[in-house]
Design a protein around this ligand. Sequence first.
Ligand SMILES: Cc1ncc(COP(=O)(O)O)c(C=O)c1O
Length: 298
Amino acid sequence: MTFAATANAVLYTGAEPVFVDSQRQDGNVDPHLLIEAVDTLRTEGRDIAAVITVDLFGRCCDYASIEPALAEREIPLLEDAAEALGASLQGRAAGSFGRVAALSFNGNKIMTTSGGGMLLSDHNDLLERCRYLSTQARQPVAWYEHTEVGYNYRLSNVLAALGRGQLSRLDEMIDRRRQIRERYASGLAHLPVTFLGRGGAQRGDDDDNCWLTTLTVEDGPDADAVVGALSRQRIEVRHLWKPMHLQPVFDRARTFTTGVSDDLFRRGITLPSGPALSDDQIDRVISTLVSLISDQGQ
Ligand SMILES: Cc1ncc(COP(=O)(O)O)c(C=O)c1O
């Protein structure tokens, strides 16, 4: 379960994506299934270039299980931390887990430069290579000399300046998103809903950047009905990411599924979570959801 950009990046390199299902409590990749998938592919003689994990909705994956298992198998880990800037796991920041991690500063992210992103790594040779490729693979000579095909993937200096301004307010923005989550959690506590990453998880919200507050409705309307009903009240509730193996563009990709992401997609919604929301607006979302779900439950 992720945004298509993660899988598209695999195809850009000429590699083939293989999808692995989610764990139920937060939608992040199921670490046991991931290792099972890796071992199955290896047994079949497949070459595994890398594993990409996605820290979904602002919450780190279970790296305590994933990192050592991949290290033992000598498979590089790439972390898609696009949604997780400011999140952490046992004192380690999101974006510090893989050999290289990607952040997004797209307009909908916890901090934005309107577009663009950043790579994070301790491997300077890798970063040098990325800088070179992202600036049209120009050779270090006085004229324009190219021995490889490059890309224009740089973040402009103007956008970087915007980003630095936002970065200084990151903690504040996370705090507000956490308050919003708390308000939803207490306002909806009596409903048959489960917040992703809260109930049932081994850890609470403290490490989460609370980018989006997401939940599944256990007993009541499915996600489509909730999104439709709230949109008629002019409230924008969204579906969770549609899992990659259900996307027509990836319909031929190999997938290791348990049905969890299908189910999360069918019942899961994302609540309005932006830091500019007022408490009154949040309360309106809560009361609309309460009447919708309680009415349907009767
Ligand atoms: C998990 C994930 N990966 C990658 C991206 C792509 O980032 P960008 O839009 O900055 O290319 C996004 C969101 O946009 C995302 O949510």
